[in-house]
Design a protein around this ligand. Structure first.
Ligand code: IPM
Ligand code: MG
Length: 359
C-alpha cells in the first residue's frame, strides 16, 4: 500500500514525540511492505514565528494532499500569558479543524492492565473500562460568533451556536461507532439550561430512530462528569458538543492513569488528523522526558481508521503493552520505578516491532 502522511510536529514536546511516532510508522511500513512518503509542515507558535500565520496555506495544502495527518501539539506560554496577542497558536489548530471539516473527534479510553494501580480511582472501578468519547469539533463556543469585548473592555462574550446539520452528522458518526461496539450511546448535554443542548437532544431523539439496535440515553454534563469518575464502566460511546467534550476527555484521560496515553482521531470531510489529547507540555519541551505513547497510539489509530489496516494497529498496541509490562516507561507513569526517556521508550517499541517474528 502507498501511504502519504503529513507530519505536523508543532510546538512544545510535539517534535520529540513525533520523532518516535514516525520511527514506529517506518518500522510498521517496513514490516508490512508499505511504501511510505512523509512531508513535514508547520503549525502553531512555530508557524507564527516562521510565517506569521499559525496555519499557513502551504500546511493546509499539504494536509489536503495527504492520506492522513499526524499532529503533535500546539501552544506556547508566551501566548497563554498574553491575552492581548492578536495571533495565537490555538487559532492554527482551530482553523485546521475547520478547514479540513474535522467535525468528529474520537477519543478512546481504555485501561492498560499493567497501569491500573496508577489510576487515581480504585482498581475495581477501573478494570475493564473501555469507552469512546465522540466530541463535536468544529462548532459550539469554539467557533460561534459574535465573540469579543465591549468597547470599554469590561464585558466579554462568546456565542454557542449549533445547526441541525452539524448535530446530525456527528450523531451519525457516534451511532456508527456504537453499532460496532456494545451498542450503547450516551448523549451528553445541558438541555435543562441551554438552547443548543435542547436542539442536540431533539435531533438525537430523531436520529436514534434510525439505529434501533443501539440503546440511547441522555445525561446532563454535570452528571456525566460525576458518573465518569463514579462508574466509568457504565459507558460505551459518549457523544457531546465541543466544549463539554474538551473538558470531559481530560477528565476521562486520568482514569487510565496518565494523559500521556490518550490518542485521538479527528474525522470529517477531508483528510483525518491524528493527535494526542495531551497538549504541548512546554515545561518538558526539549528535555526528552515526555511520554511518546499517546503519539504512538495515534499511529495505531491511523492505520485502523484511515487505512483499515487492523493488523498493523494490533502490532503497535502489542508493542505498547509490552513496553508497559516491561516497565519501559517515562516519568509520568514510572512512580518510584526507573524513568526512561522519550527516545528510550520510543526506540524500545520500534525495536520490538522490528524484532517481532524473530523472537
Ligand atoms: C484539545 C486541546 C485544544 C482544545 C486546545 C489546545 C486548543 O485542549 O485538543 O483538547 O481545546 O480543543
Ligand atoms: Mg483539551
Amino acid at each position: 500500500m502507498k501511504l502519504t502522511i503529513a507530519l505536523l510536529p508543532g510546538d512544545g514536546i510535539g517534535p520529540e514525540i513525533m520523532t518516535q511516532g514516525l520511527n514506529v510508522t517506518k518500522a510498521i511500513c517496513e514490516k508490512f511492505g508499505h511504501e511510505l512518503t512523509c512531508k513535514e509542515g508547520v503549525v502553531g507558535a512555530c508557524a507564527i514565528d516562521e510565517t506569521g500565520d499559525p496555519y499557513p496555506p502551504e500546511t493546509h495544502a499539504l494536509c489536503m494532499q495527504s492520506d492522513a495527518v499526524l499532529f503533535g501539539a500546539i501552544g506556547n506560554p508566551k501566548y497563554d500569558n498574553d491575552p492581548t496577542a492578536k495571533v495565537r497558536p490555538e487559532q492554527g489548530l482551530l482553523r485546521m479543524r475547520k478547514q479540513l471539516g474535522l467535525y468528529g473527534n474520537i477519543r478512546p479510553v481504555m485501561t492498560f492492565p499493567s497501569l491500573i494501580h496508577k489510576s487515581p480511582l480504585r482498581s475495581e472501578l477501573v478494570e475493564g473500562v473501555d469507552f469512546l468519547c465522540v466530541r463535536e469539533l468544529t462548532g459550539g463556543l469554539y467557533f460561534g460568533r459574535p465573540q469579543g469585548r465591549s468597547e470599554d473592555g469590561d464585558t466579554a462574550y462568546d456565542t454557542c451556536v449549533y445547526t441541525r446539520e452539524e448535530v446530525e452528522r456527528v450523531l451519525h458518526l457516534a451511532y456508527r461507532f456504537a453499532g460496532q461496539r456494545r451498542k450503547r450511546l450516551t448523549v451528553v448535554d445541558k438541555a435543562n439550561i441551554l438552547a443548543t443542548s435542547r436542539l442536540w437532544r431533539q435531533v438525537a431523539q430523531e436520529v436514534a430512530l434510525g439505529y434501533p439496535d443501539v440503546e440511547t440515553d441522555f445525561l446532563f454534563v454535570d452528571n456525566a462528569a460525576m458518573r465518569l469518575i463514579q462508574w466509568p464502566k457504565s459507558f460505551d460511546v459518549l457523544v457531546t458538543e465541543n466544549m463539554f467534550g474538551d473538558i470531559l476527555t481530560d477528565e476521562a484521560s486520568v482514569i487510565t492513569g496518565s494523559l500521556g496515553l490518550l490518542p485521538s482521531a479527528s474525522i470529517g470531510l477531508h483528510t483525518s488528523v491524528y493527535e494526542p489529547v495531551h497538549g504541548s507540555y512546554p515545561q518538558a519541551a526539549g528535555r526528552n522526558i515526555a511520554n511518546p505513547l499517546a503519539m504512538i497510539l495515534c499511529v495505531a489509530l491511523m492505520f485502523e481508521y484511515s487505512f483499515q489496516r487492523m493488523e498493523e494497529g494490533a502490532w503497535i498496541r502489542e508493542a505498547v503493552n509490552a513496553s508497559l509490562e516491561a516497565g519501559i516507561v517515562t516519568e509520568d507513569i514510572a512512580g518510584d520505578g526507573k524513568a526512561y526517556t522519550t527516545s528510550e521508550v520510543g526506540e524500545w517499541i520500534t525495536r520490538y516491532i522490528q524484532d517481532k517474528g524473530k523472537r
